[in-house]
Design a protein around this ligand. Structure first.
Ligand code: NAP
Length: 284
């Protein structure tokens, strides 16, 4: 038995991953449920790769309204979902599942979350669409480059420590360049937006001296890492007067569509207040 028994009218959703104890999603969703007085619960469930199939088939029968999927199952889950919507299909990863009367629908809301966070952070996002440099080429980078391309950013360069591996991202859009991490400083010369999608800067992941000397003062810098809220990259960019946007808003925005689908109401959208609360609760 992987899923909990369901009793009464309580709607159940959750997040699955392996490991899962680090996830902030339960606190975020349960906070919304409490605030909005919805009879629901959002759980964190550790599911190993060999139990994914079992989890999803049980989910259909056990009445979960749906779930979020996090590392390392976002790609593998595609195989067990009945219907994949277009964005998830193009990104090649599912982070939100909705159980529609026993049929599992798979969505990707990371790209939406990333772009909404930028739009919330600057009023003139149109001014940053000349050239984006995306550092990292993992799962999150896939959603980020998809969002940039959909938004019409003219030039997208992926900078990675392993350029051969990064080429996999070209299946999203072949019209992107790939550069080695050693060329980052050079790439930043005429960049309008710099995005970190690697864990560099995350608590416990070691430090990195970002080579920002060539970055223009009017470039936008964002980090999808949100723990700490002000990463070394954002600190350095702010010191040289670049506009910066932290990654916590992305986490909040990507959570909203799932919550609405499972619990029937759009969550409270006071991002500033919510962020303040989360930073204090999680000591970010
Ligand atoms: P992932 O699939 O493991 O990808 C990580 C990427 O970073 C890979 O390209 C990896 O390169 C690269 N990388 C790792 N360590 C590096 C280093 N020391 N130097 C240079 N490159 C390095 O992870 P992910 O799912 O994309 O997540 C990445 C980060 O984004 C995590 O910190 C995660 O918490 C955060 N995230 C935030 C949100 C949000 O809502 N704000 C959403 C998703 C993810 P290799 O391929 O060569 O290993």
């Amino acid at each position: 038995m992987i899923l909990a028994n369901i009793t009464g009218n309580t709607k159940i959703a959750g997040v699955i991953g392996d490991p899962i104890s680090h996830s902030m999603s339960p606190s975020l969703h349960n906070g919304w449920l409490k605030k909005m007085k919805i009879d629901g619960v959002y759980k964190a469930q550790q599911v190993s790769a060999d139990k994914l199939k079992e989890f999803f088939s049980q989910m259909k029968n056990d009445g979960w309204a749906g779930c979020n999927i996090t590392i390392p199952h976002k790609e593998a889950a595609l195989e067990f979902i009945d219907e994949i919507e277009e964005t998830a299909d193009e990104i090649g990863a599912v982070n939100t599942v909705v159980n529609q009367d026993g049929k599992l629908l798979g969505f990707n809301t990371d790209a939406y979350g990333f772009w909404q966070n930028l739009k919330n952070g600057v009023s003139d996002i149109e001014n940053y669409k000349e050239k984006a440099v995306v550092v990292g080429a993992g799962g999150a980078a896939r959603a980020v480059v998809y969002a940039l391309k959909k938004a019409g950013v003219k030039e997208v360069v992926i900078v990675a420590r392993n350029p051969d591996k990064a080429e996999e991202l070209l299946d999203i859009d072949e019209n992107m360049a790939i550069e080695h991490m050693d060329n980052l400083e050079e790439e930043l010369e005429n960049t309008s937006m710099l995005i970190n999608t690697t864990p560099l800067g995350m608590k416990g992941k070691g430090s990195f001296d970002w080579p920002l000397d060539s970055l223009a003062k009017d470039a936008l810098v964002t980090d999808i890492v949100y723990n700490p809220i002000e990463t070394a990259l954002l600190k350095k960019a702010a010191r040289q007067e670049n506009k910066t946007i932290d990654g916590l808003g992305m986490l909040i925005y990507q959570a909203m569509p799932g919550f609405e689908a499972w619990f029937g109401q759009r969550p409270d959208a006071d991002i500033t207040a919510l962020k303040k609360e989360m930073i204090a609760t999680w000591n970010l």
